[in-house]
Design a protein around this ligand. Sequence first.
Ligand code: ATP
Ligand code: MG
Length: 326
Amino acid sequence: MTHEIAVVPGDGIGQEVTPAAVDVLNALEIDFEFTEAEAGDAVAEETGDPLPQETYDLAASTDATLFGAAGETAADVILPLREAVGSFVNVRPATAYPGVDAVRPETDLVFLRENTEGVYAGHEDRLTDDVATLTRVTTETASRRLAEFACDYVQQGDHDGFTIAHKANVMRETDGLFRETVADVASEAGVETDEVLMDAFATKVCLDPEQFDVVVCPNLAGDVLSDLAAGLVGGLGLLPSANVGPERALFEPVHGTAPDIAGEGAANPAAAILSAAMLLEYLEYDEEAAAVRSAVETTLEAGPRTGDLGGDASTEDVTNAIIDRL
Ligand code: ATP
Ligand code: MG
């Protein structure tokens, strides 16, 4: 079976790390057909449009998209691309890797963040010079869809259950509905859950991250708390992410275009390659995903290393080392 993959490198180091991820996928014995498409500042400068219709249509029709990064135009690129794949959940692992300086090296957790509503879908108003308001939206449909995804994730990935992070003691209606729906779905599926207030979570995860494994959150909480956990594992530079929809998904490193090192061939390809591992898992190539992850981990530990990790190896050196270890 052939899998059609859209490749959208975008700007800056996206142009360097995305091809590295494609090279790793090509080293596996899986039949991929890659189609490259443009997005971001460079194409906007040429055509006035940061996200050409062809790119949107491609992401909306292929099995999966590998995205790199976009510069100034990021919001005009990534938000519509997430919509193109119908993404309802953002999967954000926060794993500390060996050989990488981490505040909490024992951290190994994953956030499943609701990706369509909450305050980000809310309607903001400026009522007067003095008063601005925001309506927060929670639906049972979106909460249920996220919870069903979380239950599958837990059952397929050999996790004990998941933690629901919320603030239903204050936001009784919106987070109340979220909490209740997610807990109900889990209980029907026989998945164990516990709950934590999102503010308490922020403290607990800093003091003792090992008490958490899979964390299910509303949109804003997931955004903030996953960035907080990224700090615990040594920053955004190594972290992958997935935006999953009902029929397709988009995978991207959490880092941006890194304009300070772009064009030098010095970017660390680990986050993009780990995003490709998430793509493999999504397409149910679990063994291959584990092999890629393990090759990345060995390389982070044993080298070669790029400048961000104190080495002087190039993107290509690191990519080749990962492929050799596969
Ligand atoms: P953007 O606006 O596109 O997000 P930025 O200036 O915020 O750009 P980031 O890409 O978010 O830059 O990166 C922040 C810092 O981390 C930069 O100093 C960058 O060089 C470094 N960095 C990020 N990703 C990588 C990577 N893959 N390899 C090496 N260094 C990286
Ligand atoms: Mg940035």
